[in-house]
Design a protein around this ligand. Structure first.
Ligand SMILES: Nc1ncnc2c1ncn2[C@@H]1O[C@H](COP(=O)(O)OP(=O)(O)O)[C@@H](O)[C@H]1O
Ligand SMILES: [Mg+2]
Length: 319
């Protein structure tokens, strides 16, 4: 059984006594995992994170860090979290190293210079750590912020939209060192409104929209050659055959019907090694197959279709 580092249950934030800006959100971060909290702007990601780290009060729900309840053991819990929620502040005229030392002095437990060195290596700032922070690029400042958040050896790192303002190189570096951190046993919760980033950065994502969790997806190996990765596959059959095709699909384990598109196409989520079997089933049942096409990765497809569906519901409500 995998260890659970962060366990949030039914987290809810109500504002103005009636509006839920976060509603009944539950998810877990497992040990050594990078979990993405994905959602468009205004979805409630920051609010969720602020409740987790205790920056704002939650209206309802529980937050457990390594099994400790944030309400009862907030001190123990906070020691195990390192977070950057707002932009971290630094003394610009001091070096990165001096900033970290300064921060270390404020920690409740002593932080050795060896520990600072170790963290500097982890976030790959060795070459610039003696430079003044005012000379740092945004990416370097952010790495220094992560280093700061990690000084007290938390087991969970929480980053709210860490790629904002970073250039592609900075984003790639962030990805690299987050991966390094998992090797050092640190689990990460990271939020973003950009699906493509989450796909590359995370092991798993939970998708949030209008304050609620709408989906949870494991990111398969993005290597196309990986047969175990789930793909969205579009099958176009003959006119009047969609229902029969749907019935056949339902008999194949591991193949999920996502949507009927138009009157001839079925959108499926499946592993590609099941395509030949599915095709044979169609042929045997005399379903004419006009096309079988692998679409975008399943996560991309899901995110787009889920958010599109929610928007469509909104439009209907207005009418
Ligand atoms: N203190 C607050 N009072 C009222 N509404 C708020 C408050 N904080 C955030 N919101 C609203 O809640 C929604 C979610 O905000 P936020 O958590 O910042 O989303 P995200 O980080 O996903 O962009 C937004 O519509 C925002 O305007
Ligand atoms: Mg936000």
């Amino acid at each position: 059984m995998s260890e659970i580092v962060l366990d949030i249950q039914s987290l809810t934030k109500t504002v103005h006594k009636q509006k839920n800006i976060v509603e009944d959100v539950s998810f877990q971060v497992k040990k050594g995992e990078i979990l993405g909290l994905l959602g468009p702007n205004g979805a409630g990601k920051t609010t969720t994170i602020r409740m987790i780290v205790g920056l704002i009060k939650k209206t309802k729900g529980t937050v457990l860090i390594n099994g400790h309840d944030m309400n009862q053991d907030s001190h123990v819990c906070k020691e195990q979290i390192g977070a950057i929620v707002e932009n971290p502040s630094f003394y610009d005229y001091m070096s990165g190293w001096k900033n970290l030392q300064q921060h270390a002095r404020m920690a409740s437990n002593p932080v050795s210079n060896e520990r600072i060195e170790e963290i500097v290596r982890l976030v790959q700032l060795e070459h610039a750590i003696d430079e003044k922070v005012k000379k740092y690029s945004l990416g370097m400042k952010q790495r220094l912020g992560v280093a700061q958040a990690l000084l007290h050896q938390p087991s969970l790192l929480i980053l709210d939209e860490p790629t904002n303002g970073l250039d592609p190189k900075g984003i790639r570096e962030l990805r690299d060192y987050l991966r390094e951190l998992t090797k050092a046993g640190i689990s990460t919760l990271v939020s973003s409104h950009l699906l493509s980033e989450m796909q590359l950065m995370c092991d798993r994502v939970v998708i949030m929209e209008k304050g609620r969790l709408i989906d949870e997806t494991v990111i398969g190996d993005l290597n196309e050659a990986d047969e175990s990765a789930a793909h969205v596959v579009a099958v176009q059959c003959g006119i009047g055959q969609q229902t029969l095709a749907k019935e056949l699909i339902e008999t194949i384990p591991g193949v999920e019907l996502l949507e009927l598109e138009g009157d001839r196409t079925l959108l499926l989520q499946m592993q590609e090694d099941k395509i030949p079997f599915m095709n044979k089933l169609f042929v045997d049942a005399e379903v004419d197959v006009f096309a079988i096409e692998k679409k975008k990765t399943s996560l991309e497809e899901k995110f787009l279709s889920l958010t599109a569906r929610e928007n469509a519901e909104d439009t209907q409500e207005v009418q």
